[in-house]
Write a protein that binds this ligand. Structure first.
Ligand SMILES: [Zn+2]
Length: 275
């Protein structure tokens, strides 16, 4: 048997995504930096902010909404009120999750399936509630400083917070070259955009975005795009000897066979036979 591994769209071996929490006006500045460099990501919003009456909060959320609308980024849940959700009773967890999802879907007019744990507050019980509420994945705050793919979608650990040594990690990411029998790389950065103002370090993310952005060998995706593509890979059907591959999904999927050089495209809805 050959080792069969996922490859990203167009056969790429590297993907990069960002995830920013809370929904704050500096999100607009980050989104501009992302656009300029071809990066994509996910903005996790506590949607209670859309229901507060204060003028400055209304203005904050107007800016956030407009910036996300005028981009290709994902909107995702972060609970409605931003509680330490793992300590709540179950009905509270359900309300926090479902109310957030309903509110964001109403506000943005699109489906919302992603999640980031508020304060990183996580438990097995919260995971169960998220799944019941139709959440596909949930991001933690546990950085692993590597480029491994997620093993558990409800404990999706990021590569790093943006205050880590991201330029050194960027070098490792760009210079690395996974072999055909190895998993591809995912570089996943998270944070809050107010931190750039607080720490006065917008230059850090600008330099990072310029370094890793606008490259042909990296797939820039939102969290949910990554998740959905991975599900299409997992949905491929193989004959017992792995010579016939069927892709029942509506998305072209690329795979790598150990020992071979080029990844193979398995077109949406098609059967591919390997000689
Ligand atoms: Zn938060």
């Amino acid at each position: 048997m050959t080792e069969i591994r996922i490859r990203f769209p167009e056969g790429r071996k590297k993907a990069l995504t960002l995830s920013y929490d809370d929904g704050d006006s500096p999100d607009a500045r980050l989104i501009e930096i992302m656009k300029k460099n071809g990066l994509k990501g996910t903005f996790n919003i506590m949607s209670m902010l859309f229901d507060l009456p204060e003028d400055h909060v209304k203005e904050r959320m107007r800016i956030v909404k407009e910036a996300i609308f005028n981009s290709d980024n994902e909107v995702a849940c972060h609970s409605y009120n931003h509680p330490h959700i793992a300590g709540m009773i179950k009905t509270g967890m359900i309300q926090e999750t479902l109310n957030d999802r309903l509110r964001l879907e109403k506000e943005f007019g699109r489906m919302v399936r992603g999640y980031a744990y508020p304060y990183g507050s996580h438990s097995k019980e919260v995971e169960e509630v998220l799944e019941m509420c139709g959440i596909a994945y949930a991001r933690t705050v546990h950085a692993h400083e590597s480029f491994v793919l997620p093993q558990n979608w409800y404990q999706w650990n990021p590569t790093c917070h943006h205050n880590a040594d991201i330029m050194r990690l960027a070098d490792r990411f760009l210079n690395g070259d996974p072999a055909s029998a190895e998993d591809p790389y995912l570089f996943y950065v998270w944070g809050h955009t107010f931190e750039f103002n607080h720490d006065n370090n917008w230059n850090k993310i600008e330099e990072f975005a310029e370094k890793v952005g606008n490259r042909d060998d990296v797939w820039y995706c939102t969290n949910i795009e990554f998740y959905d593509y991975y599900q299409c890979f997992k949905g491929l059907k193989f004959s017992a000897d792995e010579s016939i591959i069927y892709n029942p999904s509506a998305t072209d999927v690329w795979v790598s066979f150990g020992g071979t050089k080029e990844p193979v495209k398995i077109p949406a809805g098609e059967i591919v036979k390997r000689g």
